[in-house]
Design a protein around this ligand. Structure first.
Ligand code: 3PY
Ligand code: MG
Length: 254
């Protein structure tokens, strides 16, 4: 099932979050029971080249493929799709102009201005003719606009109404910085939870999907209850550090 089909079936989709730009470590992540792997070009170490190379082990493992592009690099959204990503997450979509530029890069005409050339995506996913690909792509690919500032919140309904924006993705760390006017980074800040629930509710009411980054696995159930269905967690950095510290602690205890 594609990512889009799973979200349309209202399934909860778990994506791991890769920041180490190496196909060998991505292969290990993709072999775990996550449904998807997201390659992070914003804060993670992924580059254009590593995205191209690291999508292959994710596809080989039968997982869904997402890429988070750097801020404002909407050209990379088209490239990530041409390499075979099913979905792109664009950070800091803070205005209608940002959302419009993102949608244009993600969708072929008449919805957008994506240029033809699915050089790697077609052999990686292609079934049927190029005409079939052209016809199906706009429907199959997912554009996630990140909501992580007050400016984004102010224009949320207009972003949600935009054709070519399929979903929102909440960045709770940046959102908490905006919420506290730079006083705190606290992705589980209790007094912003009602607003986070409102964002997911508005997305679903507009017929769009909602995803969120999870820093504390204990919040998963709460976010699902709010309406978030794509949950992102588990970077190599975090997994290696947690695994290593648990191992060292148990060795010292024994
Ligand atoms: C945030 O929480 O700000 C994020 O961008 C999560 O990746
Ligand atoms: Mg962020």
């Amino acid at each position: 099932m594609s990512l889009k089909e799973r979200l349309e079936a209202d399934e909860v989709v778990l994506t791991s979050w890769s920041g180490v730009p190496d196909p060998l470590t991505v292969e290990i992540l993709a072999a775990q029971a996550f449904d998807a792997v997201t390659l992070d070009m914003q804060h993670g170490g992924h580059s254009e080249d590593s995205v191209l190379r690291c999508l292959a082990p994710v596809l080989a493992a039968g997982r869904s493929t997402l890429v988070r592009i750097p801020v404002g690099r909407f050209d990379m959204a088209s490239r990530a799709l041409d390499f075979g990503a099913e979905a792109v997450i664009a950070p800091m979509v803070n205005s209608l102009e940002d959302a419009r530029a993102f949608a244009a890069a993600m969708k072929y005409p008449p919805l957008g201005q994506r240029s033809w050339g699915p050089t790697y995506a077609f052999p990686r996913h292609g079934q049927g003719t190029q005409q079939d690909w052209l016809r199906r792509s706009n429907h199959r690919t997912l554009s996630f606009a990140m909501i992580e500032t007050r400016a984004a919140l102010d224009c949320l309904d207009d972003i949600l109404a935009m054709q070519g924006i399929d979903a929102i993705f909440l960045g709770p760390s940046d959102f908490s910085i905006a919420w506290t006017e730079g006083q705190q980074v606290n992705p589980t800040l209790e007094d912003m939870m009602e607003t986070l629930a409102g964002v997911a509710g508005r997305a679903r009411a507009a017929g769009k999907h909602a995803g969120i980054f999870l820093t504390d696995p204990g919040f998963a159930g709460r976010f699902v209850e709010m309406g978030y269905r794509l949950l992102a967690s588990g970077s190599e950095h975090q997994l290696i550090a947690n695994g290593a510290s648990k191992l060292v602690a148990s060795l010292k205890d024994s």
